[in-house]
Design a protein around this ligand. Structure first.
Ligand code: HEC
Length: 148
């Protein structure tokens, strides 16, 4: 390749970059926006579904009710312990410690369904999307006594 033809390549690349950069900027801004709206979530934003809470109740009855009553996880006892923590804190604690006689023996989906059941018990509103087992997502959901 001669020196001249190499020089002609540069402006072409520049042109391509000029076309790509605006897309990159828009893409970056859009993804930043979606991360921002995700980080603002709390249990008051409809983070589980009715069906999921119902499944969680079945899991609770089968694997937890031998040692716990559901009322331990409603109102003051629950909020006193979990207010200002995240759905991930609750999920992880249950997954690593419970059922006390066989910790971690349930599927991640079953633990997260029980979290949904506890949320319903505390009158946090249901929504249209289920609570997922994705730890990054769970970490973004704050447990709050009052809607802020
Ligand atoms: C064999 C009895 C037993 C079973 C079954 C059991 N638990 Fe527990 N759980 C306990 C005891 C005892 C404690 C209190 C001691 C502690 O916090 O470590 C406890 C504490 C907890 C806590 C509070 C933990 C903390 O560190 O704040 C949660 C939440 C919990 N259980 C959820 C569950 C769920 C959900 C299930 C069913 C999947 C379950 N437990 C099944 C005995 C049990």
């Amino acid at each position: 390749m001669s020196a001249r033809s190499r020089m002609r390549v540069a402006p072409k690349r520049e042109l391509i970059m000029r076309r790509i950069i605006p897309f990159l900027i828009v893409f970056t801004l859009l993804s930043f926006r979606s991360v921002q709206s995700q980080s603002a979530r709390s249990v008051w934003d409809g983070v589980y579904t009715e069906g999921q809470a119902a499944r969680g109740q079945t899991v609770f009855t089968a694997f937890c009710a031998s040692c716990h009553s559901a009322s331990e996880f409603n109102g003051d006892p629950f909020l006193g312990a979990w207010d200002a923590s995240t759905a991930l804190d609750l999920f992880s604690t249950m997954q690593t410690k419970m059922p006390m006689d066989n910790p971690g023996s349930l599927k991640p989906e079953e633990y997260v369904d029980v979290v949904a059941y506890f949320f319903r018990g505390n009158a946090f509103p249901a929504g249209k999307d289920e609570l997922t087992t994705d730890r990054e997502q769970l970490k973004l959901i704050r447990i709050e006594r009052k809607k802020s």
